[in-house]
Design a protein around this ligand. Sequence first.
Ligand SMILES: NC(=O)c1ccc[n+]([C@@H]2O[C@H](COP(=O)([O-])OP(=O)(O)OC[C@H]3O[C@@H](n4cnc5c(N)ncnc54)[C@H](OP(=O)(O)O)[C@@H]3O)[C@@H](O)[C@H]2O)c1
Length: 290
Amino acid sequence: MGAAGATGNALVHRLTTAGIHCRALSRDPDRLRANMNAVNTVDVRYADATDPASLRAAFEGASQLFLTMTNSPAQIELETRVIAIAAESGIAHIVKLSAPTAREDSPVAIARWHHAIEETLRNSGLEHTILRPYAFMQKLLLLTPQIAERGVIVGTMGAAACNYIDCRDIADVAAAALTRSEIAGGTYTLTGSATYSYPRLAALLSRLLDTHVRYVDLPPAEFRAQLIERSGFPGWLADHITEIQQLAVAYPEHPNDTVAHILGRAPRSLESFLAEHVNTFRPNVSRILQ
Ligand SMILES: NC(=O)c1ccc[n+]([C@@H]2O[C@H](COP(=O)([O-])OP(=O)(O)OC[C@H]3O[C@@H](n4cnc5c(N)ncnc54)[C@H](OP(=O)(O)O)[C@@H]3O)[C@@H](O)[C@H]2O)c1
Protein backbone atom coordinates (compact mmCIF):
# COMPACT_ATOMS: atom_id res chain seq x y z
CA MET A 1 0.00 0.00 0.00
CA GLY A 2 1.01 3.65 -0.29
CA ALA A 3 2.92 2.95 -3.51
CA ALA A 4 2.60 6.61 -4.49
CA GLY A 5 4.30 7.78 -1.28
CA ALA A 6 8.04 8.25 -0.85
CA THR A 7 8.62 4.98 1.02
CA GLY A 8 6.10 2.81 -0.86
CA ASN A 9 7.36 4.03 -4.22
CA ALA A 10 10.99 3.29 -3.30
CA LEU A 11 9.92 -0.17 -2.10
CA VAL A 12 8.18 -0.96 -5.40
CA HIS A 13 11.36 0.03 -7.28
CA ARG A 14 13.54 -2.00 -4.90
CA LEU A 15 11.45 -5.18 -5.20
CA THR A 16 10.94 -4.86 -8.94
CA THR A 17 14.66 -4.31 -9.53
CA ALA A 18 15.33 -7.48 -7.54
CA GLY A 19 12.91 -9.38 -9.80
CA ILE A 20 10.31 -9.84 -7.05
CA HIS A 21 6.71 -9.59 -8.19
CA CYS A 22 4.63 -7.07 -6.25
CA ARG A 23 1.34 -5.25 -6.56
CA ALA A 24 1.38 -1.45 -6.19
CA LEU A 25 -1.83 -0.12 -4.62
CA SER A 26 -3.31 3.35 -4.85
CA ARG A 27 -6.63 5.16 -4.73
CA ASP A 28 -5.63 6.61 -8.11
CA PRO A 29 -3.99 3.83 -10.17
CA ASP A 30 -3.82 5.93 -13.37
CA ARG A 31 -1.83 8.66 -11.63
CA LEU A 32 0.42 6.02 -10.03
CA ARG A 33 1.03 4.29 -13.38
CA ALA A 34 1.97 7.63 -14.95
CA ASN A 35 4.44 8.30 -12.11
CA MET A 36 6.07 4.88 -12.14
CA ASN A 37 8.63 6.05 -14.70
CA ALA A 38 10.73 3.15 -15.91
CA VAL A 39 8.86 0.57 -13.85
CA ASN A 40 6.12 -0.24 -16.34
CA THR A 41 5.88 -3.92 -15.48
CA VAL A 42 4.37 -3.29 -12.04
CA ASP A 43 0.90 -4.65 -11.35
CA VAL A 44 -0.90 -1.43 -10.31
CA ARG A 45 -4.32 -1.86 -8.67
CA TYR A 46 -7.00 0.29 -7.10
CA ALA A 47 -7.31 0.10 -3.29
CA ASP A 48 -8.98 2.51 -0.89
CA ALA A 49 -9.03 1.68 2.81
CA THR A 50 -12.45 3.35 3.08
CA ASP A 51 -13.76 0.77 0.54
CA PRO A 52 -13.54 -2.80 1.95
CA ALA A 53 -14.44 -4.43 -1.39
CA SER A 54 -11.47 -2.73 -3.06
CA LEU A 55 -9.15 -4.12 -0.36
CA ARG A 56 -10.52 -7.66 -0.83
CA ALA A 57 -9.94 -7.45 -4.59
CA ALA A 58 -6.47 -5.94 -4.19
CA PHE A 59 -5.33 -8.50 -1.59
CA GLU A 60 -6.58 -11.60 -3.40
CA GLY A 61 -3.76 -14.12 -3.76
CA ALA A 62 -1.21 -11.90 -2.02
CA SER A 63 1.12 -13.37 0.60
CA GLN A 64 2.58 -10.29 2.30
CA LEU A 65 1.56 -6.65 2.74
CA PHE A 66 3.50 -3.43 3.24
CA LEU A 67 1.14 -1.15 5.17
CA THR A 68 1.57 2.62 5.24
CA MET A 69 -1.10 5.28 5.38
CA THR A 70 -1.15 9.05 5.22
CA ASN A 71 -1.83 10.43 8.69
CA SER A 72 -5.44 11.37 9.33
CA PRO A 73 -7.85 11.27 12.26
CA ALA A 74 -9.35 8.13 10.62
CA GLN A 75 -6.00 6.31 10.63
CA ILE A 76 -6.77 3.79 13.40
CA GLU A 77 -10.09 2.86 11.79
CA LEU A 78 -8.57 2.54 8.29
CA GLU A 79 -5.46 0.55 9.24
CA THR A 80 -7.51 -1.71 11.54
CA ARG A 81 -9.79 -2.50 8.59
CA VAL A 82 -6.78 -3.17 6.36
CA ILE A 83 -5.33 -5.64 8.90
CA ALA A 84 -8.66 -7.48 9.30
CA ILE A 85 -9.21 -7.82 5.55
CA ALA A 86 -5.58 -8.81 4.98
CA ALA A 87 -6.03 -11.65 7.51
CA GLU A 88 -9.30 -12.76 5.88
CA SER A 89 -7.57 -12.70 2.49
CA GLY A 90 -4.82 -15.09 3.55
CA ILE A 91 -2.01 -12.56 3.82
CA ALA A 92 0.50 -14.09 6.25
CA HIS A 93 2.90 -11.23 7.02
CA ILE A 94 2.40 -7.47 7.37
CA VAL A 95 5.23 -4.94 7.45
CA LYS A 96 3.77 -1.86 9.09
CA LEU A 97 5.19 1.66 8.88
CA SER A 98 4.77 3.02 12.41
CA ALA A 99 6.53 5.79 14.33
CA PRO A 100 8.97 6.27 17.23
CA THR A 101 7.46 6.44 20.73
CA ALA A 102 4.49 4.31 19.61
CA ARG A 103 3.32 3.86 23.19
CA GLU A 104 0.02 4.30 24.99
CA ASP A 105 1.49 7.20 27.01
CA SER A 106 3.37 8.91 24.14
CA PRO A 107 3.18 12.73 24.23
CA VAL A 108 2.61 12.56 20.43
CA ALA A 109 -1.04 11.78 19.55
CA ILE A 110 -0.19 10.11 16.21
CA ALA A 111 2.33 7.85 17.99
CA ARG A 112 -0.55 6.76 20.27
CA TRP A 113 -2.60 5.98 17.13
CA HIS A 114 0.31 3.88 15.84
CA HIS A 115 0.47 2.10 19.20
CA ALA A 116 -3.22 1.19 18.90
CA ILE A 117 -2.67 -0.15 15.35
CA GLU A 118 0.44 -2.07 16.43
CA GLU A 119 -1.64 -3.66 19.22
CA THR A 120 -4.24 -4.77 16.65
CA LEU A 121 -1.45 -6.26 14.57
CA ARG A 122 0.09 -8.03 17.59
CA ASN A 123 -3.34 -9.51 18.43
CA SER A 124 -4.10 -10.49 14.82
CA GLY A 125 -2.15 -13.73 14.86
CA LEU A 126 -0.37 -12.62 11.66
CA GLU A 127 3.39 -12.46 11.41
CA HIS A 128 4.28 -8.77 11.61
CA THR A 129 7.30 -6.52 11.28
CA ILE A 130 7.10 -3.02 12.71
CA LEU A 131 9.23 -0.18 11.35
CA ARG A 132 9.48 2.92 13.53
CA PRO A 133 11.47 5.45 11.51
CA TYR A 134 12.30 8.95 12.69
CA ALA A 135 11.68 12.07 10.54
CA PHE A 136 11.73 11.49 6.78
CA MET A 137 14.36 13.51 4.87
CA GLN A 138 11.87 13.69 1.98
CA LYS A 139 9.51 15.76 4.16
CA LEU A 140 12.19 18.48 4.36
CA LEU A 141 11.17 19.30 0.78
CA LEU A 142 7.98 20.74 2.31
CA LEU A 143 10.19 23.52 3.76
CA THR A 144 11.00 24.65 0.21
CA PRO A 145 8.61 27.66 0.05
CA GLN A 146 9.93 29.27 3.25
CA ILE A 147 13.58 28.56 2.34
CA ALA A 148 13.32 29.62 -1.33
CA GLU A 149 11.13 32.69 -0.80
CA ARG A 150 12.22 33.99 2.63
CA GLY A 151 15.53 32.26 3.39
CA VAL A 152 14.18 30.93 6.69
CA ILE A 153 13.37 27.70 8.46
CA VAL A 154 10.69 28.23 11.09
CA GLY A 155 10.29 25.78 13.96
CA THR A 156 9.90 25.30 17.70
CA MET A 157 12.79 22.91 18.26
CA GLY A 158 15.47 25.35 19.52
CA ALA A 159 18.87 23.73 19.08
CA ALA A 160 17.57 20.21 19.73
CA ALA A 161 19.12 17.43 17.67
CA CYS A 162 16.77 15.47 15.45
CA ASN A 163 17.11 12.10 13.70
CA TYR A 164 16.40 12.05 9.95
CA ILE A 165 16.18 9.05 7.67
CA ASP A 166 15.94 8.79 3.89
CA CYS A 167 12.70 7.00 2.88
CA ARG A 168 14.76 4.89 0.45
CA ASP A 169 16.56 3.37 3.46
CA ILE A 170 13.21 2.63 5.12
CA ALA A 171 12.14 0.96 1.88
CA ASP A 172 15.34 -1.11 1.80
CA VAL A 173 14.66 -2.28 5.36
CA ALA A 174 11.04 -3.08 4.41
CA ALA A 175 12.32 -5.10 1.44
CA ALA A 176 14.67 -6.98 3.79
CA ALA A 177 11.73 -7.78 6.11
CA LEU A 178 9.71 -9.06 3.14
CA THR A 179 12.48 -11.23 1.72
CA ARG A 180 14.73 -12.31 4.64
CA SER A 181 13.26 -14.57 7.32
CA GLU A 182 15.82 -13.46 9.93
CA ILE A 183 14.60 -9.83 9.61
CA ALA A 184 10.85 -10.56 9.43
CA GLY A 185 9.00 -10.41 12.74
CA GLY A 186 11.12 -7.72 14.40
CA THR A 187 10.34 -4.22 15.66
CA TYR A 188 12.91 -1.73 14.39
CA THR A 189 13.52 1.89 15.33
CA LEU A 190 15.20 3.43 12.28
CA THR A 191 17.48 6.48 12.11
CA GLY A 192 20.14 7.92 9.84
CA SER A 193 23.75 7.95 11.03
CA ALA A 194 23.77 11.43 12.61
CA THR A 195 21.42 13.97 14.21
CA TYR A 196 20.88 17.51 12.95
CA SER A 197 19.44 20.58 14.68
CA TYR A 198 17.54 23.19 12.66
CA PRO A 199 20.43 25.70 13.09
CA ARG A 200 22.78 23.04 11.64
CA LEU A 201 20.35 22.34 8.80
CA ALA A 202 20.19 26.08 8.07
CA ALA A 203 24.02 26.22 7.99
CA LEU A 204 24.19 23.23 5.62
CA LEU A 205 21.64 24.80 3.28
CA SER A 206 23.40 28.19 3.42
CA ARG A 207 26.63 26.57 2.26
CA LEU A 208 24.93 24.50 -0.41
CA LEU A 209 22.80 27.33 -1.80
CA ASP A 210 25.52 29.97 -1.32
CA THR A 211 23.02 32.25 0.41
CA HIS A 212 22.03 32.94 4.01
CA VAL A 213 19.36 30.61 5.40
CA ARG A 214 18.52 31.30 9.05
CA TYR A 215 16.53 29.42 11.64
CA VAL A 216 13.65 31.27 13.32
CA ASP A 217 12.63 29.65 16.61
CA LEU A 218 9.09 30.35 17.83
CA PRO A 219 7.32 29.44 21.07
CA PRO A 220 5.18 26.29 20.52
CA ALA A 221 1.79 28.10 20.60
CA GLU A 222 2.94 30.74 18.08
CA PHE A 223 4.45 28.07 15.80
CA ARG A 224 1.19 26.06 15.91
CA ALA A 225 -0.86 29.20 15.13
CA GLN A 226 1.40 29.96 12.12
CA LEU A 227 0.96 26.43 10.76
CA ILE A 228 -2.80 26.95 10.81
CA GLU A 229 -2.98 30.59 9.68
CA ARG A 230 -0.05 30.78 7.27
CA SER A 231 0.12 27.21 5.92
CA GLY A 232 -3.58 26.32 6.22
CA PHE A 233 -2.91 23.09 8.16
CA PRO A 234 -5.79 21.47 10.06
CA GLY A 235 -5.52 21.67 13.87
CA TRP A 236 -4.62 17.98 14.35
CA LEU A 237 -1.68 18.27 11.90
CA ALA A 238 -0.45 21.54 13.44
CA ASP A 239 -0.63 19.78 16.83
CA HIS A 240 1.37 16.84 15.45
CA ILE A 241 4.20 18.93 14.01
CA THR A 242 4.41 20.96 17.22
CA GLU A 243 4.36 17.81 19.37
CA ILE A 244 7.16 16.02 17.50
CA GLN A 245 9.37 19.12 17.64
CA GLN A 246 8.70 19.50 21.37
CA LEU A 247 9.46 15.79 21.85
CA ALA A 248 12.93 16.32 20.35
CA VAL A 249 13.47 19.16 22.85
CA ALA A 250 12.31 17.08 25.84
CA TYR A 251 14.07 13.85 24.84
CA PRO A 252 17.38 14.37 22.99
CA GLU A 253 17.51 12.09 19.95
CA HIS A 254 20.44 9.82 19.08
CA PRO A 255 21.17 7.78 15.97
CA ASN A 256 21.31 3.98 16.17
CA ASP A 257 22.96 1.38 13.94
CA THR A 258 19.84 -0.63 13.04
CA VAL A 259 19.83 0.32 9.35
CA ALA A 260 23.54 -0.52 8.99
CA HIS A 261 23.02 -3.78 10.86
CA ILE A 262 20.14 -4.89 8.59
CA LEU A 263 21.45 -3.56 5.29
CA GLY A 264 25.21 -4.07 5.81
CA ARG A 265 25.92 -0.48 4.76
CA ALA A 266 25.61 2.99 6.28
CA PRO A 267 22.32 4.87 5.89
CA ARG A 268 22.16 7.63 3.26
CA SER A 269 23.35 10.95 4.73
CA LEU A 270 21.39 14.17 5.03
CA GLU A 271 24.23 15.99 3.27
CA SER A 272 23.86 13.82 0.16
CA PHE A 273 20.05 14.11 0.25
CA LEU A 274 20.28 17.93 0.35
CA ALA A 275 22.86 17.96 -2.46
CA GLU A 276 20.58 15.76 -4.57
CA HIS A 277 17.68 18.20 -4.10
CA VAL A 278 19.61 21.48 -4.02
CA ASN A 279 17.71 23.03 -6.93
CA THR A 280 14.37 22.38 -5.24
CA PHE A 281 15.39 24.75 -2.43
CA ARG A 282 16.45 27.56 -4.79
CA PRO A 283 14.10 30.50 -5.45
CA ASN A 284 11.97 30.00 -8.52
CA VAL A 285 13.17 32.94 -10.65
CA SER A 286 10.16 32.95 -12.98
CA ARG A 287 7.83 33.12 -9.95
CA ILE A 288 9.72 36.10 -8.48
CA LEU A 289 9.62 38.01 -11.80
CA GLN A 290 5.84 37.61 -12.16
N1 LIG B 1 6.72 11.97 7.79
C1 LIG B 1 7.57 11.52 8.69
O1 LIG B 1 8.62 12.12 8.93
C2 LIG B 1 7.23 10.23 9.41
C3 LIG B 1 8.12 9.75 10.39
C4 LIG B 1 7.81 8.56 11.02
C5 LIG B 1 6.66 7.85 10.70
N2 LIG B 1 5.81 8.36 9.75
C6 LIG B 1 4.59 7.59 9.41
O2 LIG B 1 4.69 7.17 8.06
C7 LIG B 1 3.39 6.97 7.54
C8 LIG B 1 3.34 7.51 6.13
O3 LIG B 1 3.42 8.90 6.20
P1 LIG B 1 3.66 9.79 4.92
O4 LIG B 1 3.31 11.16 5.30
O5 LIG B 1 5.00 9.54 4.34
O6 LIG B 1 2.59 9.21 3.96
P2 LIG B 1 2.73 9.09 2.39
O7 LIG B 1 3.80 8.13 2.02
O8 LIG B 1 2.75 10.45 1.83
O9 LIG B 1 1.32 8.44 2.13
C9 LIG B 1 1.17 7.07 2.18
C10 LIG B 1 0.11 6.65 1.21
O10 LIG B 1 -1.12 6.46 1.89
C11 LIG B 1 -2.03 6.24 0.86
N3 LIG B 1 -3.38 6.44 1.36
C12 LIG B 1 -3.90 7.50 1.98
N4 LIG B 1 -5.19 7.30 2.28
C13 LIG B 1 -5.48 6.06 1.82
C14 LIG B 1 -6.66 5.26 1.80
N5 LIG B 1 -7.83 5.70 2.30
N6 LIG B 1 -6.60 4.02 1.25
C15 LIG B 1 -5.45 3.56 0.70
N7 LIG B 1 -4.31 4.28 0.68
C16 LIG B 1 -4.33 5.50 1.24
C17 LIG B 1 -1.69 7.27 -0.24
O11 LIG B 1 -1.75 6.62 -1.50
P3 LIG B 1 -2.73 7.08 -2.69
O12 LIG B 1 -2.96 8.57 -2.57
O13 LIG B 1 -1.99 6.72 -3.94
O14 LIG B 1 -3.96 6.29 -2.50
C18 LIG B 1 -0.24 7.62 0.10
O15 LIG B 1 0.65 7.41 -0.95
C19 LIG B 1 2.42 7.66 8.50
O16 LIG B 1 1.66 6.71 9.17
C20 LIG B 1 3.33 8.42 9.45
O17 LIG B 1 2.82 8.51 10.76
C21 LIG B 1 6.07 9.53 9.09
